[in-house]
Design a protein around this ligand. Sequence first.
Ligand code: 4AD
Ligand code: MG
Length: 476
Amino acid sequence: MKHDAIIELLDAASIGKKVTVCGWVRTFRNETFLAVNDGSTIKNLQLVIDREKTDEALRKRLTTGAAICASGELVASKGQGQSTEVLVEHIEVLGDADPEKFPIQMKRHTMDFLREKAHLRFRTSTFGAVFRIRHGMTFAVHKYFNDRGFYNLHTPIITASDAEGAGEMFRVTSLDLNALPKNDEGKIDFREDFFGKETNLTVSGQLEAELGAMALGKVYTFGPTFRAENSNTSRHLAEFWMIEPEVAFADIRDNMDLAEDFMKYLLQYALDHYADDLSFLEQREQNEEKDKPQNERNEMSLTERLRFVIDNQFERITYTQAIDLLRNSKPYKKNKFKYPVEWGVDLQSEHERYLVEKHFKRPVIITDYPATIKAFYMRQNDDQKTVAAMDVLVPGIGEIIGGSQREERLEKLVEKCAAFGIPEEHVWWYLDTRRFGSAVHAGFGMGFERLIMFVTGMTNIRDVIPFPRTPLNAEF
Ligand code: 4AD
Ligand code: MG
């Protein structure tokens, strides 16, 4: 069906042309002014209907959510709020939306309500803006790496290894769960399973990305990852997308520089290309916050927060310094933290957010965590206690990136595997890169949905992915 995208019809350049518009009705005022959106932009196009020439039965069908196609002349608008409008000569309703039944009406819906209607929530301005920006950020990720000589590597989704060693994996099997084959010891015989061994959905593409980096130099993965962690928080999904660059001949300092530059590039890209959507989301956030107590409101507007990350150098501190700072902080002394602050214990979101939002008031990179709380592949520091890990923390979210310099020394890595209970025969291929032409290398993983939360100001991760997967929820 030949038609014009609304985004092309909003400026004066097209005035005087005969145009055809297809989209969904947002509102119909005074039986004359029809606001239509086709997803190409957050803005609606106004169609002016001639009451006399359009029969009543048709007018009654122009309800919120109905799909229409209309043609007419594009003229300069006399009304306020838009520069152009269409004088409709012909209009057709392609699909009705019964106002008694269509759940997305032109009023304020709660995010909870819209999550239950995730198949229709794209029809709202908010979700239109979020998913246009999500697309834009996907494109910007590929552009950033392509422009800098990185190769995109498709790492497997089904894997036999647990990269993060956290044991939070979803099993993949073709065995009949009601008639499982058993071995002599009475345990499930996975030799009879599809792959002849136990397999899972990947928690990270990193281990395979490292193999690629040790030949292609600079690679990145950008794919879905899966974690069966039962954390029902506003920042965790069971299925999320992760971007994982991996660079040969790079140490942790190079890794931090890359993470900071990458983050700033993406936010600048959003500001440069998604101004209309961002300004809508900023306004939306301000409206939402009117109902919140002063201390829960953002000190900065959405665009101010983006600029704040772009314009400030990230603070870089070690985990040990972070623990000292936290133990000397007011909330610690006043017993305000829920979780303990002790050397050797992982930082919680409340600690991370304190450091970023209250103490440094800028993005923070924390490095050199205790070896015991990080994954087996991180490079051991000379103190024997810490590893060359790095977490990047931003306001409102906490950890957005986690990464490290990798252990490139074979003996150390073999020791680590033993200490973490990883059988060498499971990771022989990973160890091989340390056997043959091993080199210093580093990389990180950015949670794509956490990025989208930061860029859009959405406060629940379920609202930045089309169909969220969380505990007890796999609808749609
Ligand atoms: O810190 P993580 O677990 O690091 C890794 O997986 C490494 N293999 C990355 C690497 O070095 N190549 O996860 C990386 C990021 C986190 O910082 C967070 O932003 C996001 O992934 N993330 C999640 N996002 C949504 N839901 C979850 N359950 C997440 N778990 C981690
Ligand atoms: Mg992490």
